[in-house]
Write a protein that binds this ligand. Structure first.
Ligand code: GDR
Length: 323
C-alpha cells in the first residue's frame, strides 16, 4: 500500500516541490488548502501535478478543521509548511503571524496527538530564529535571538515541536532551513523580485528596481534540493532537528550582480535604494552549517547560487517574454 502524506502550505513554493517529490516516490498526497480567497494553484500547474493532489479544505487557524484533515487523510507523514512566511509583513500583521506560525503548529500537533499519534511530523523552522546571533556558521547548537514577529512566532513553533517530541514521544522533527529560492518563489522575496525585474528591464517593460538593505547577507539554496532534506528527516528512526543550508553566504548586492550580468546589464544603472524596503530590525548575516544533515541524512545541496539565480532569470525571461 502506498504511503500517505498530508501537507499544509501545499500551494506555496516548498509545498509544490515537496508534493512533486512525494508523488514521484509513489505517495498519495493530501494538501490542505486554506480557502480565505481564491487559492493560488499556479505552482502546482507549473509542475503539472494539480490533478494528482487530494485537496482538503482546512486552516491552521481552525483546530477542528485540522482534526478532520488528519482523520480524512490518515497520513503516515505530515509536513507543516503553511505559514505567514514574509518577514516584512510580520511587522504589519504580528497577530496573524503568531496565530498561524506559532499557535497553528500546536493546533496541528494536537490533531496528530488525538487522531494519529504514530504519524511522523515535519515542522518548517527557519534561520530567522538565529537573528542577531552571529556564529562562524550557525548550527543546531547556536542560540536563538529572532529579530522579527515572524522569527519570534517561528521560534515558538520550533520549541513546541521539540516539546511534543519529548512530552508525547511524537516522531516530530524540525528543519531549520536557510533561505531557499526557485522560479516558483513569491515575488515579494528579494531573489525573485530581482530576477523578475531583470527580465522586465531586459524587455524594456521596467527601468528601475527599488530595494532596501542590499548589504544583508544570506545563505541561499535551491528549494528543490531542500525538500529532499525534509523527506529524509522523516525517514530516520529517531526524530531530530537539522540545519539545512549551503554553507556559503552572499550579499543581496552580489546576488543582484549575478542576475543583471547574466543578461548583460549593469545593476548600478537600475538599482535605486528605497527606505520603504528597510525593515524595523534586520538580520544582517546568515550562514548555515549543514554538517549534521550531511552526516546523518546523507544530504548535500546540489545547486550553487550562480546556477540558482541563472535558472530563475531564465524562467522569468520566458514568462515575461510571453506576456
Ligand atoms: P528573508 O527573505 O527575510 O531572509 O526570509 P527576503 O528575500 O524577504 O529578504 C532577504 C534579505 O534581503 C533584504 N532586502 C529585501 N528583501 C525584500 N523582500 N525586498 C526588498 O526589496 C529587499 N531589499 C533588501 C532583506 O532586508 C533581507 O535582509 C526568507 C523567508 O522565506 C522566510 O519565510 C524564511 O524563513 C527565511 O527566508 C529563511
Amino acid at each position: 500500500m502506498s504511503k500517505r502524506a498530508l501537507i499544509t502550505g501545499l500551494t506555496g513554493q516548498d509545498g509544490a516541490y515537496l508534493a512533486q517529490l512525494l508523488l514521484n516516490k509513489g505517495y498519495e498526497v493530501y494538501g490542505i488548502i486554506a480557502r480565505r480567497s481564491t487559492p493560488t494553484v499556479w505552482r502546482l500547474d507549473e509542475l503539472g501535478i494539480r490533478e494528482e493532489i487530494r485537496f482538503i479544505e482546512a486552516d491552521l487557524a481552525d483546530a477542528a478543521s485540522l482534526i478532520r484533515a488528519v482523520q480524512q487523510s490518515q497520513p503516515d507523514e505530515i509536513y507543516n509548511l503553511g505559514a505567514q512566511s514574509f518577514v516584512g509583513t510580520s511587522w504589519n500583521q504580528p497577530l496573524v503571524t503568531a496565530d498561524i506560525d506559532a499557535l497553528g503548529v500546536t493546533r496541528l500537533l494536537e490533531a496528530i496527538r488525538l487522531v494519529k499519534p504514530d504519524a511522523r511530523f515535519y515542522q518548517a523552522s527557519t534561520s530567522e530564529m538565529f537573528g542577531l546571533i552571529q556564529a562562524e556558521r550557525q548550527s543546531e547548537t547556536t542560540p536563538f535571538y529572532p529579530r522579527s514577529p515572524y522569527g519570534v512566532a517561528k521560534l515558538y513553533g520550533h520549541w513546541i515541536t521539540v516539546n511534543y517530541r519529548e512530552s508525547f514521544k511524537l516522531h516530530a522533527s524540525s528543519g531549520i532551513l536557510f533561505n531557499h529560492e526557485s522560479p516558483l518563489r513569491g515575488i515579494e522575496f528579494v531573489t525573485r523580485k530581482v530576477t523578475d525585474a531583470v527580465a522586465r528591464i531586459k524587455f524594456g517593460k521596467q527601468k528601475e528596481l527599488r530595494l532596501g538593505n542590499i548589504d544583508a547577507r544570506r545563505d541561499w539554496g535551491f528549494a528543490g534540493d531542500y525538500v529532499e532534506a525534509m523527506w529524509l528527516m522523516l525517514q530516520q528512526d529517531t526524530p531530530d532537528d537539522y540545519v539545512v543550508a549551503t554553507g556559503v553566504t552572499t550579499t543581496v548586492r552580489t546576488m543582484c550582480e549575478i542576475a543583471f550580468r547574466h543578461v548583460g546589464l549593469n545593476p548600478d544603472d537600475h538599482i535605486v535604494i528605497d527606505p520603504a524596503f528597510f525593515r524595523p530590525a534586520e538580520v544582517d548575516v546568515l550562514l548555515g552549517n549543514p554538517d549534521k544533515a550531511r552526516a546523518k541524512l546523507g544530504w548535500t545541496p546540489k545547486t550553487s547560487l550562480e546556477q540558482l539565480i541563472t535558472m530563475m532569470v531564465e524562467a522569468d525571461l520566458r514568462r515575461v517574454g510571453k506576456e
